[in-house]
Ligand binder design. Structure first.
Ligand code: ADP
Length: 489
């Protein structure tokens, strides 16, 4: 199939307790670029989800008792295998998700980097000693793995959204159960195959694929043996899952929606801003939670930026992600395209102008309606639907502004607070704006900010917890305070 060298990487069953489980019905995984069947995968449900939690619970003791350097060796082998199979894993990812192959291979390297990074960081789970208020006592703090971790992940990064969570969890000494999105289970199952080849013990990393998200989600959020729940997806679903976790007071971390502002000030390097905006907006056809959602441009550079940006967007090439030279693949589904088209239409009715794109479909390679042309809108205001909603598609709304304070205020005028970007050279302005933006991550003269060493996460209704960096490990650890008394003679 499509030049996959190692056919054993295409798996059709859930991976539970170190073995592959078939179910009675199947889920068809379709290529969003062509509509063709990529593979059928067994449709697991509540029973299999419970089995996976049980397996993770059983494996917990041995895994958490392993010295961190032994866990690190196994994780390092997992990382090596992912990189050795980067081409196959990238192709599988493009087939089920649609993003261009170069981007898909980039995602494999990005996801694997978290495994490599956390394997090392797991050796540095340091405790503390704290001066005690009395001479006969000592205060010691140790950190321990929280226990079984359950995760639900989305389709936009079928590998990396799992790797980011599993890497930190496994390094901390936790065991892991993930339910990947049903549109993109093959990348998750390929990771399980490589985890097995790496020697990660049965029950430590489990993948349960099933279409009944609600019922499986209920098990993962309410099961008393799950200590921590982690989710990446929409804010609406995240809120429901947080409340489900309340019944057992689980620790939660949430990576939810965004509405990223991208601000270009008069003193910016405009060519650099154009490159940054292009990268942060059109990656994955605009389907990431840190994608630029609103471009604010100061009046003095509005014409120059808009002209150069439109020219740059015209160079993007839409098509099947496996074709050479394609930089924008299909969106995940025709429903997703329709939602984007509706946002554009409503905003045009409210006064926005389409200066580029604005059409559904892919001209050259396919009549498939899963495509949407890279689009630029001008004369947009911050109250239009395109600025108030997470677009999750390849559309750039450009909003003009006069003053620095006005840009910060408009940028913050949203319930979301994930990523923000701005371009400026004045050092005073850089500090004022960086500190004024109510976001978990700020790219300053930079459009691509995520990596394993940095803390990824949001504020406000974009979620809580961090993925990546030393802070990311804390989400999978409990702090235990030991008070040693009776030390006086
Ligand atoms: P997206 O727009 O990325 O699909 P969702 O929040 O709808 O965002 O989905 C993210 C993940 O959550 C997917 O794996 C999806 O199947 C799952 N999901 C959706 N609704 C629920 C639910 N009610 N309970 C548990 N999981 C859900």
């Amino acid at each position: 199939m499509h030049n996959i060298k190692d056919k054993q990487l295409i798996k059709h069953f859930s991976y539970i307790n170190g073995s592959w489980h078939s179910s009675e019905t199947n889920i068809d995984v379709l290529n969003p670029a062509t509509g063709e069947l990529v593979a059928s995968v067994s449709n697991a449900g509540v029973v299999e989800t419970e089995m996976a939690v049980k397996a993770a619970k059983k494996a917990l003791k041995a895994w958490s008792n392993k010295p961190a350097n032994e866990r690190a060796k196994l994780m390092r082998t997992w990382f090596d295998l992912m990189m050795a199979n980067q081409d196959d894993l990238g192709r599988i990812l493009t087939l089920e998700q649609g993003k261009p192959l170069a981007e898909a291979k980039g995602e494999i390297a990005y996801g694997a980097a978290f495994i490599e990074w956390f394997a090392e960081e797991g050796k540095r789970v340091y405790g503390d000693t704290i001066p005690a208020p009395a001479n006969d006592k000592r205060i010691i703090v140790i950190k321990q793995p929280i226990g079984v971790v359950a995760a639900i992940t989305p389709w936009n990064f079928p590998n990396a959204m799992i790797a980011r969570k599993a890497a930190a969890a496994l390094a901390a000494g936790c065991t892991f159960v993930v339910r990947p999105a049903t549109q993109t289970p093959l990348s998750a199952l390929a990771m399980a195959e490589l985890a097995e080849r790496a020697g990660i013990p049965a029950g430590v990393f489990n993948v349960v694929v099933g279409s009944d998200a609600k019922a499986m989600g209920k098990v993962l959020t309410e099961h008393p043996d799950v200590a921590k729940f982690t989710f990446t997806g929409s804010t609406a679903v995240g809120k429901a899952l947080i409340s489900q976790c309340a019944s057992t007071v689980k620790k939660v971390s949430m990576e939810l929606g965004g509405n990223a502002p991208f601000i270009v000030f008069d003193d910016a390097d405009i060519d650099a801003a154009v490159r940054g905006a292009l990268a942060s907006k059109y990656r994955n056809a605009g389907q990431t939670c840190v994608c630029t959602n609103r471009i604010f441009v100061q009046q003095g550079v509005l014409t120059e930026f808009t002209e150069k940006f439109v020219k740059a967007v015209q160079t993007l090439s839409v098509g099947n992600g496996l074709s050479a030279g394609v930089t924008i693949g299909p969106m995940i589904s025709v429903e997703a395209v329709t939602e984007v088209a509706n946002l554009v239409e409503k905003s045009v009715q409210a006064g926005a102008k389409v200066v580029l794109g604005g059409q559904q479909g892919c001209d050259s390679t396919s009549a498939n309606q899963n495509f949407y042309q890279p689009t630029v809108l001008t004369s947009v205001t911050n109250d239009m639907p395109i600025a108030q909603n997470e677009i999750f598609g390849p559309v750039s709304p450009i909003i003009a502004f006069e003053e620095e304070a006005q840009a910060i205020s408009m940028a913050n005028d949203t319930e979301f607070g994930l990523a923000a970007y701005f371009y400026a050279r004045d050092i005073g302005r850089i500090w004022r704006v960086a500190e004024g933006l109510e976001y978990g991550m700020v790219g300053i003269n930079e459009g691509i900010i995520s990596n394993a060493a940095a803390p990824f996460g949001g504020v406000k209704q974009s979620g809580n917890g961090r993925e990546g960096s030393k802070y990311g490990l804390d989400d999978y650890l409990e702090i235990k305070y030991l008070c040693m008394g009776g030390l006086d003679k």
